[in-house]
Design a protein around this ligand. Structure first.
Ligand code: ADE
Length: 229
């Protein structure tokens, strides 16, 4: 998969893709992540990418020209059939990201992520260029860079061959609309706090049943909304 990130602050994103699992996924060739500075596509002599809103009002709006030209150039570079490509705008107005939605994005060959800034982007970007508008939650960040990194992080770990252990995906939170069961490691007793005996028993069918029950209990307590879905 190729992921293109269009931003006026590439420096905000670089540290995230240069560490840990994302870094290894890139090195193993499981994903290509390409950072693009939107200003490089501006035809303005001062490389401006924003302007005052028509009709007045506060704040600035990102102009359509650099965004359209950047996306068109990246589409040409990517050279994948349009059904295998999505242009995604990170915006608080978008559909809320969750595990189901991020999974759907794993089937594409190219994703172009647009990080919005200022008061927003010119509406023509939304209506004529963007396939999906994605929000990472009902709060407003200063821009789409952190949301794009959240998107990339939860996407890349789902790509085939990125996480070594397939089971770690099968049993994680939100799988089957359940939160994960409790985990324990050594020591078996820590400051008088003991690990449930059953986990030390080696009885795998009982352990599995206990974990299922625990996952259900904690989902009921912490996130009853998940069980209603
Ligand atoms: N840009 C600003 N806030 C955002 C959010 N919550 N989700 C996605 N993009 C954003």
């Amino acid at each position: 998969m190729r992921i293109d990130i269009l931003t006026i602050f590439p420096g905000m994103c670089m540290p995230i893709i240069e560490e840990s699992i994302i870094k290894r996924a890139r090195e193993k060739g499981k994903v290509r992540i390409l950072m693009h500075n939107l200003r490089d596509y501006s035809s303005d002599k001062h490389k401006k990418v924003d302007d005052r809103p028509f009709g007045g009002g506060s704040g600035m709006v990102m102009t359509p020209q650099p965004i359209f030209e950047a996306v068109e150039a990246l589409v040409r570079q990517g050279n994948v059939e349009s059904a295998k490509r999505r242009v995604v705008l990170l915006t608080p107005q978008g559909t809320r990201l969750d595990q189901k939605r991020i999974k759907r994005f794993t089937k594409y060959k190219q994703l172009i992520l647009i990080c919005g800034r200022y008061e927003g982007v010119d509406e023509r970007v939304r209506t004529s260029l963007v396939d999906d508008e994605i929000s990472i939650g009902d709060y407003v960040l200063t821009g789409g860079e952190l949301p794009a990194m959240v998107f990339v992080d939860c996407l890349v770990r789902l790509l085939p061959g990125v996480l070594g252990d397939k089971n770690s995906l099968k049993f994680e939170s939100f799988e089957g609309n359940l939160l994960e069961y409790p985990h324990y490691t050594r020591p078996a007793a820590f400051r008088g706090l003991e690990v449930p005996n059953l986990l030390l028993s080696g009885d795998h069918s009982h352990i599995e049943a206990w974990r299922k029950e625990q996952a259900l209990k904690r989902t009921k307590r912490k996130r009853p909304d998940l069980l209603k879905q």
